[in-house]
Design a protein around this ligand. Structure first.
Ligand SMILES: [Zn+2]
Length: 457
């Protein structure tokens, strides 16, 4: 079976090389990466998205994307475009502090390249290719000089710029630029903002908000069709994280456990980053049993599965609230929905849909990691990826130029082959029996032997 599989793979890869040879005459591949912030994976099952479902019908859907810890906006958007865990790309939270340089980072103070330069995002790599450029409509980091490079076309971040204006810019840049824009990104703040405000369990409000999102997708597709970009453009629609329901009945009040003068709080909820002002162990002891709904870790004890330890920007103590719990400082929090929790929680996962010449049509896949998106995008664009934490083979089943086999299919093939072999063997045995029955000599000989004495008489 192994040798047969190998032969099939060799045959297919030969065919693929042949196909690729033909396409080298056409234009360089183009990719548009779209993120709707806070689009929880199961919104797709629980609400109606006629435009998005049409998009998926013509392309692929990954139902769950396992994102990176902490499940916040800036860190996950940077993981999508670098393929790295947060400890490796350096954007470890939406609020950060660097003890060496005494620099602060927040979503409104994010322009210092210092924070971003630990990794190289795909738009920079694409930009350094001959005769190619990148464009961005507000993806986090695209208005920062990372490794001395911004996309050739970008917008300074402002949440007051409408989706339509962002789409109009991006589509203009995609249609008439020289050198051509081959990689573009588009970012939109919803449904994250409404998810925080109403909570994901507020079906009525979320239905309205998600219908608006679907209409925006409809607008984007219509615009791409109108400008003749639709057929040759690869489009990925994804998100950074999900959302879970919070409640004022699930608060963890740090002020009840420790005096504020003992520490600085770099980030609060649901993952608090604590920088002690007194002895670290003393602060840890005070926080350790603060709440049964919160895990408290010294930096060295943060579980390996988070890949969230080896970076100076991760503070000496972190507190991780259980799903739906909010860490507060003796004051109210109006959030009814939040994210940032354990990245193994399904409620924290986004989805991914993709359509275009690089992708299969009508293919559904259960899960990939958010860091797998980067090597896939590099493959589509023909870029050499920087070292990363993603696995290209996880996305092979989504791509038309790759031969993939998943476990159920492999089992099916083995069972099928065994059945075929068994049937064949049975057929051969039956045929042999049928042939041997009317064989004249054997019967005659048998009779001869048995009837020997009778014949003599
Ligand atoms: Zn958010």
């Amino acid at each position: 079976v192994f040798i047969m599989k190998l032969l099939v793979i060799l045959l297919f890869s030969g065919l693929m090389t042949g196909c690729r040879g033909n396409s080298s005459y056409s234009l360089p591949p183009k990719l548009l990466l779209v993120s709707f912030d806070g689009f929880r994976a199961d919104y797709l099952q629980n609400y109606e998205f006629p435009h998005l479902q049409n998009f998926i019908k013509e392309g692929v859907l990954v139902e769950h994307v396992k994102n990176v810890f902490i499940t916040k906006t800036f860190p996950n958007h940077y993981s999508i475009v670098t393929g790295l865990y947060e400890e490796s790309h350096g954007i470890v939270a939406n609020s950060m502090y660097d003890a060496v340089t005494k620099k602060h980072f927040s979503d409104s103070n994010d322009k210092d390249p210092f924070w971003w330069n630990e990794a190289v995002p795909i738009w920079v790599t694409n930009q350094l290719q001959e005769n190619r450029s990148s464009a961005a409509a507000m993806w986090p980091g695209t208005d920062v000089l990372i490794h001395n490079t911004t996309p050739s076309y970008f917008m300074n971040y402002s949440m007051s710029v409408s989706f339509e204006e962002r789409v109009n810019n991006i589509t203009t840049w995609l249609s008439n630029s020289n050198p051509p824009v081959t990689f573009a990104t588009l970012y939109w703040e919803e449904p994250d903002a409404s998810g925080h405000k109403y909570g994901p369990e507020d079906k009525e409000n979320m239905r309205r908000v998600l219908k608006e999102i679907d209409d925006l997708i409809g607008y984007l597709v219509q615009k791409l069709k109108m400008l003749g970009l639709w057929e040759n453009l690869n489009v990925i629609i994804t998100s950074d994280h999900g959302m879970t329901q919070c409640s004022e009945n699930r608060w963890i009040n740090l002020d009840l456990c420790i005096d504020r003068s003992n520490y600085s709080l770099i980030d609060l909820s649901p993952v608090a980053a604590v920088l002690p002002k007194i002895n670290i162990t003393e602060v840890y002891e005070k926080l350790k049993n603060c709440s049964p709904h919160m895990n408290v870790y010294l930096k060295k004890d943060i579980p390996n599965r988070y890949y969230y330890q080896h970076n100076d920007r991760i503070q000496p103590i972190i507190l991780i609230a259980d799903e739906g719990w909010t860490i507060v400082l003796n004051k109210s929090s109006s959030k009814l929905g939040d994210h940032g929790y354990d990245n193994s929680l399904p409620s924290m996962h986004p989805f991914l849909a993709a359509r275009g010449p690089a992708f299969h049509k009508g293919y559904k896949y259960s899960t990939i990691n958010i860091v797998d998106i980067y090597p896939m995008m590099c493959h589509i664009l023909g870029l050499k990826p920087h070292p990363n934490n993603g696995t290209f083979s996880h996305t092979k089943c989504l791509l038309v130029d790759q031969w993939c086999i998943n476990l159920p299919e492999a089992i099916g093939i083995v069972i099928g082959a065994l059945l075929a072999l068994t049937t064949l063997t049975c057929l051969i045995i039956i045929m042999q029996n049928r042939l041997s029955v009317p064989h004249p000599f054997s019967r005659l000989q048998l009779q001869e032997d048995d009837d020997d004495p009778l014949i003599d008489l």
